[in-house]
Design a protein around this ligand. Structure first.
Ligand code: NI
Length: 432
């Protein structure tokens, strides 16, 4: 399908005042041709199909700026534990048993959940990333992929080589739907020389870097003891910043850290639910936004969330800042921006995150003809405070439908769930 017309209540995310109660969007060849009130389509445009959703809000597809998709296989395998026992006794032994195929199906499960909850793009960090890329290509979603690398681990160098290979094989694959970044895990798991090597290789390819930064107080303590400064200051000192860097979490930040992030144009992936579940802390998001830092939303992996629903994440992001700062902090439209335009900025993806002429036709429709969306005082407030994953009706990426009337079109949902169940149970029984 190359020429489509979508009608509905259009929230293009191009500005807080922009909204078409009876709007239409013309799509041609995977890109948006026009957005406006009914009757605004260019003369001579003949759609092959019209999708008429008078009671749906049509908005950009949501962007998840930090996740570990295949960790869906660990969903609810271990909960309610302190961070280190959770990782050392549960997560790492389970992950050590994952095969390439397990990672493929775990990712497929994540993508099925993402599509069903309106997420069209993710920034992922994991292992066996060629499997993740294949799952993304067949699901039809958009993704930025990074190979997670632990510099202190015996396979650190090999992981770096795999990240380089991933870039060579999959960067711009699927008509440009897949992009590749480098994924050194965190300041406390990678020595300076390793991070500098990663930066050198990333720069050679013109690729960005995706790294966990200042996530927990334990990390702050470790880096303070090792180097006598904060993680942000250390990464700045060793030269990791300056290019395109996505810092996941950024919870514990000094004034100087915030200054560095803003000055070096470091982007932040905010993961409020993971930060709450693992008792990591609350990131100073309004302060970062005020300094001009690009901020997006992330779910983190399903074992620390435990879902990949960005509608839930938006609500939590808003409520968390209201509790921390005051009830006016992070208003609804700002939160929607984090999940759309902000996410696109974080990923450095210029033609994504808004419904505007020339932008990628990645969009979702939300069924507003339901009790929890009446009365219709504020569409942005409804989307952030009242909506949930199950309200998403139709999902499109690159002008191609991935879900219609809540039916997945690119994934065999039954098979994906059965494979994930079988594989996760196999591993847990192996572990006893
Ligand atoms: Ni993470």
């Amino acid at each position: 399908m190359s020429r489509l017309l979508i009608r509905g209540m259009v929230l293009p995310m191009t500005g807080p005042e922009d909204f078409y109660a009876d709007g239409e969007i013309a799509i041609d060849g995977g890109r948006i041709l026009s957005v406006g009130p009914r009757g605004s389509i260019p003369e001579g445009f003949v759609p092959e199909r019209v999708l008429d959703y008078p009671n749906d809000v049509v908005m950009p597809g949501l962007i998840n700026t930090h996740t570990h998709a295949a960790m869906t296989l660990l969903r609810s395998y271990a909960d309610d534990l302190p961070l280190m026992p959770w990782l050392e006794d549960k997560v790492w032994p389970f992950e050590a048993k994952l095969t390439d195929e397990d990672i493929y199906w775990g990712t497929a499960l994540a993508l099925a959940e993402m599509i069903r909850s309106g997420t069209t793009t993710m920034l992922d960090m994991y292992a066996s990333m060629d499997q993740v890329a294949e799952a993304v290509l067949s699901a039809g979603t958009r993704a930025v992929l990074s190979r997670g690398m632990i510099g202190y681990a015996p396979n650190g160098k090999q992981a770096l080589q795999e990240n380089i290979e991933l870039w060579k094989t999959y960067h711009q694959a699927g008509d440009g739907r897949v992009r590749v970044m480098f994924g050194p895990h965190a300041p406390y798991t990678c020595p300076a020389e390793f991070l500098q090597e990663v930066k050198l290789e990333a720069d050679k390819l013109g690729a960005g870097i995706h790294i966990h930064v200042a996530e927990t107080l334990d990390e702050i303590k470790i880096i303070q003891e090792r180097y006598g400064c904060t993680p942000v200051q250390w990464l700045n000192d060793i030269g990791l910043f300056g290019g395109h860097v996505v810092a996941a979490h950024a919870v514990h930040l000094t004034e100087e850290d915030r200054e560095i992030l803003a000055k070096q144009h470091v982007c932040v992936a905010h993961n409020p639910e993971s930060n709450m579940k693992l008792n990591s802390g609350t990131a100073p998001i309004p302060e970062l936004i005020a300094r001009g830092v690009a901020v997006g939303l992330g779910t983190d992996g399903a074992s620390s969330n435990n879902n990949l629903d960005l509608f839930g994440e938006m609500r939590t992001a808003a409520f968390q800042q209201k509790l921390r700062v005051n009830s006016s902090a992070l208003p609804a439209y700002e939160v929607l921006k984090l999940a759309t335009v902000g996410g696109a900025q974080v990923l450095g993806w210029e033609d994504l995150g808004m419904l505007a002429p020339g932008f990628k036709a990645d969009l979702i429709t939300i069924n507003f003809d339901q009790p929890h969306f009446y009365p219709r005082f504020s569409i942005p407030a409804h989307l952030v405070y009242a909506a949930h994953a199950g309200d998403v009706r139709t999902v499109m990426v690159d002008g191609k439908l991935l879900m219609e009337e809540r039916r997945l079109l690119t994934l065999d949902e039954k098979k994906v769930c059965a494979e994930a169940e079988m594989r996760a149970k196999r591993i847990s029984s192996e572990l006893g």
